[in-house]
Design a binder for this molecule. Structure first.
Ligand code: IMP
Ligand code: MG
Length: 190
């Protein structure tokens, strides 16, 4: 595995993102809607840097199946959402890849009466977008590689890495056999 972004670089990115959100939203009440499961680490770090009233809610989206690294059928679950009528909403996801997840969720949130819906992603993959929208706030543009860590998984594992790593074809083959190992262990918790 190749480390793409260290824990420190990620922390700088979150600081930058939170400043942009604060500039944009000010101290108006904000409902942060995180996308399970990949956004949990990002949401936890981001909300602790926001000011003013913040409500946190989660939706669930999945377009990956097991060890596949290409998107499949998109499944959404929004049953945990509070009433969003008239609310300022910030939709937070880990990564903008094809963009279908973000576009579908933005549509759902607007249908539920949110007054103002913006979107924030930690990562955006280069040259992959298949939709006509872009996130309002982007932490990092990254190459078109399959990435794990800081909330992002491969077949359910590796979300707990404190840094962001890219898997190459050998890593993916090894992971399918249950043997993936991070070559840079300097940042993993002891
Ligand atoms: P999209 O709908 O193609 O934009 O896919 C977005 C979702 O796919 C994200 O919320 C992630 O859950 C997942 N995803 C896309 N690329 C990666 C990756 O490189 N690693 C892990 N998950 C990914
Ligand atoms: Mg996701």
């Amino acid at each position: 595995m190749e480390v793409l972004l260290t824990a420190d670089e990620l922390a700088d990115g979150i600081a930058r993102l939170s400043s942009e959100v604060k500039r944009n939203v000010g101290r108006r009440p904000l409902t942060v809607v995180g996308v399970l499961t990949g956004s949990i680490v990002l949401v936890a770090d981001l909300i602790r840097r926001l000011e003013g009233p913040v409500t946190v809610s989660m939706v669930w989206a999945s377009s990956y199946r097991g060890t596949a690294t290409t998107p499949g059928h998109l499944e959404l679950r929004l049953d945990l959402l509070p009433d969003l009528t008239g609310q300022d909403v910030l939709l937070v996801d880990d990564i903008f890849d094809t963009g279908h997840t973000l576009k579908a969720l933005l549509g759902e949130l607007r249908r539920r009466g949110a007054a103002n819906v913006r979107s924030l992603v930690l990562l955006r993959k280069t040259g992959r977008a298949e939709v006509d929208i872009q996130p309002d706030f982007v932490g990092f543009d990254i190459p078109d590689k399959f990435v794990v860590g800081y909330g992002l998984d491969f077949d359910g594992d590796l979300r707990h890495l404190p840094h962001l790593a890219a898997l190459d074809d050998d890593d993916i083959a090894a992971a399918r056999g249950g043997q993936v190992r991070c070559s840079d262990t300097s940042e993993t918790p002891s």
